[in-house]
Design a protein around this ligand. Structure first.
Ligand code: GTP
Ligand code: SPV
Ligand code: MN
Length: 594
């Protein structure tokens, strides 16, 4: 491989000596190489090639049934002091964790090929981008990284001989003895899985899982957990946010960044098709935003990723047509069902399915009494294939952010849309966000949990310090802070129906948000923030009963007051690290609700 980067070469040699693979392959990033890897996986039975006439150059993978999502209980922040990781992260002493993991890594790639993937998070050469190098023994990870990030020789070129890179080591943790036959999806048992971050030295070590954020280390590990640490040190922001551009009928552009927890609607909102006349939406990113204050004093965002790793179930031509069209070809599907004509299917896709092979590889019919696709089945697709990808999605300077949106999955209490009274109140809203949990993480159960800024599983340091960082960024932005909003698409009626149609109809809420950003309309003061006045939310052509709408917008003071008691208990977990300004917001909210 053509690199003269001595530190990189030394690290690769060191990992090779420890993991003892049969061979080492550097990833160049060509389509020939991609096809060759896929072909090999089809031959070993790890992948199924889909029907070329229906979905060209696309493949289906089935994971081990135990390895289907992120594992939060096996995710660790190994910084020197436990307090710096904070009460919401699992902490282990870095020296101790390295000892444990070195024992696991020793000989762990026997019988396998070790791949070296140089990758860039963000457009190559952007001042906001960062370079990583992932070493992995999973060819599935390689092909996914080829879609999700920019990989290969052009990255090594940008890295030069001395450039900074973030080492990311990954192994599925399943060495092969001489002559031992491989399985379709190798991985290690749960208690041997470690998704480890060493923020003091910008290092990632992952062992035992081959799935999603556990294994595609550019995504949650680098672009959020490590990057959040770098961002705090260097004065920028790494957030679990989609980025979109909304264009109003007059041609005016608005850039919004929205943070919802995993499986709570980011990909859907990022590719939204407005149902209101004259409005257009373009996608810049669907999961992660890196943001920095530019010379004009405004906050600019880039999407560090190059692809979408999206939730498959529920995606249809009706709910998210732009995602469906993105998946027309050149895509990877994991844990979806395989139809009789060699295509994929999942629950909620357009049209029924009479017979398929389910995500476990078993025969399936609607009468089977189980799902055909795993609830966290995912697609991997190139962002460039999205029909509404924004022409500026790879602009190295990013796009200027006009508004932040927070939200989550709340069947009760939280109204459709609220605007923060000011930036500090917005930080309070973000910090107090809560959401019902989803299938995106394996081990969190089903419950309502606080998920500040949708960063609970992704903030790589003490959450209280992260709140302080938000206040500090607000101070630096001064009059140029984006406006902040809170939305909830998921409120249900007393008899369990969605009160809001969601998806494309969410454009109505975004329209109000843009009008507020422009200062075009006034709002109604409520104890929890500003809300649309009667008639201001565009409901033209929407058939929504007045009682339903009233319920959707209802602010139950009692429920919000109870929530403050819970919030106070929650904040107590962080002791005196909680910014005084956050506590002041809590007191102010109490007074407004009294
Ligand atoms: P991650 O990739 O895990 O970060 O998820 P995400 O935040 O991108 O969520 P995504 O857009 O994939 O949506 C997850 C689930 O929520 C899907 O099943 C969607 O169909 C559903 N969903 C998304 N938007 C809406 C909405 O406006 N209303 C309703 N009722 N469901 C929605
Ligand atoms: C999430 O869980 O927020 C995801 C999927 O986007 S994963 O890449 O597995 O983290
Ligand atoms: Mn996500």
């Amino acid at each position: 491989m053509k690199t003269a980067h001595q530190r990189l070469l030394a690290w690769v040699a060191e990992v090779e000596a420890m993991c003892q693979p049969d061979s080492v392959e550097w990833i160049h990033g060509s389509s020939i190489e991609y096809d060759r890897l896929m072909q090999r996986m089809v031959e070993t039975g790890a992948a199924t090639r889909l029907n070329r006439n229906r979905r060209p150059n696309s493949y289906l993978f089935r994971s081990d049934p135990s390895d289907v999502a992120r594992v939060e209980n096996r995710t660790f922040i190994a910084c020197t002091s436990r307090e710096d990781a904070g009460p919401t992260n699992n902490w282990i002493d870095p020296a101790e964790l390295k000892k444990t993991m070195t024992a696991l890594y020793t000989g762990c790639m026997k019988g396998r090929t070790m791949y070296v993937i140089p990758f860039s998070m963000g457009p190559i050469g952007s001042p906001l981008s960062r370079i990583g190098v992932e070493i992995t023994d999973s060819p599935y990870v390689v092909v996914n990284m080829q879609i999700m990030t920019r990989v290969g020789e052009r990255v090594l070129e940008a890295l030069g001989e001395r450039g900074e890179f973030i080492p990311c080591l990954h192994s599925v943790g399943a060495p092969l003895a001489d002559g031992q036959e491989d399985v379709a999806w190798p991985c290690a048992p749960m208690e041997q899985k470690y998704i480890a971050h060493f923020p003091d030295e910008n290092l990632i070590w992952s062992y035992g899982s081959g799935y999603g954020g556990n294994a595609l280390l550019g995504k949650k590990c680098l672009a959020l957990r490590i990057a959040s640490n770098m961002a705090r040190r260097e004065g920028w922001m790494a957030e679990h946010m989609l980025i979109l551009r909304l264009i109003n009928p007059q041609g005016k552009r608005f850039h919004l960044a929205a943070a919802f927890p995993s499986a709570c609607g980011k990909t859907n909102l990022a590719m939204l098709q407005p149902t209101i006349p004259g409005w257009r939406c373009e996608c810049i990113g669907d999961d992660i935003a890196w943001m920095k204050i530019a010379a004009d004093g405004r906050l600019y965002a880039i999407n560090p990723e190059a692809g979408f790793f999206g939730v498959a179930p529920g995606t249809s031509m009706k709910s998210n047509p732009m995602a469906m069209r993105t998946l027309d070809g050149n895509s990877i599907f994991t844990n979806c069902a395989l139809t009789d004509d060699g295509d994929i299917w999942w629950e909620g896709m357009d049209g029924p399915c009479d017979h398929a092979i389910d995500w476990k590889g078993d025969d399936w019919t609607p009468e089977s009494g189980k799902v055909a696709a795993h609830p966290n089945a995912r697609f991997t697709a190139p962002a460039a294939q999205c029909p509404v990808i924004c022409e500026d999605w790879e602009n190295p300077a990013g796009v200027p952010i006009d508004g932040f949106i927070f939200g989550g999955r709340r069947t009760q209490v939280v109204p459709l849309v609220t605007e923060a009274l000011d930036f500090d109140h917005g930080v309070f809203m973000g910090a107090m966000s809560a959401s019902e949990t989803t299938a995106a993480a394996l081990d969190v159960g089903q419950k309502l949990r606080r998920d500040p800024f949708a960063m609970l599983p992704f903030c790589g340091y003490n959450m209280a310090d992260y709140w302080a960082h938000w206040f500090a960024m607000g101070d630096r932005l001064g009059a140029k802070t984006p406006k902040i909003f809170y939305v909830n698409w998921f409120r249900t009626s007393r008899d369990g129906r969605w009160l809001w149609p969601g998806f494309g109809e969410n454009s109505r809420v975004l329209k109000w948000i843009c009008q507020r950003i422009e200062g075009a309309i006034a709002a109604r003061q409520t104890p929890i923030g500003q809300m649309p006045r009667d008639g201001d939310l565009d409901l033209e052509g929407l058939d929504i009963p007045a009682e339903d709408f009233a319920e959707l917008m209802e602010v139950d003071r009692r429920a919000f007051n109870d929530d403050l008691d819970d919030a106070e208990e929650y904040l107590a977990r962080f002791g005196d690290r909680v910014p005084k300004r956050l506590r002041a917001q809590l007191e102010a909210q109490r007074k407004r609700l009294a």
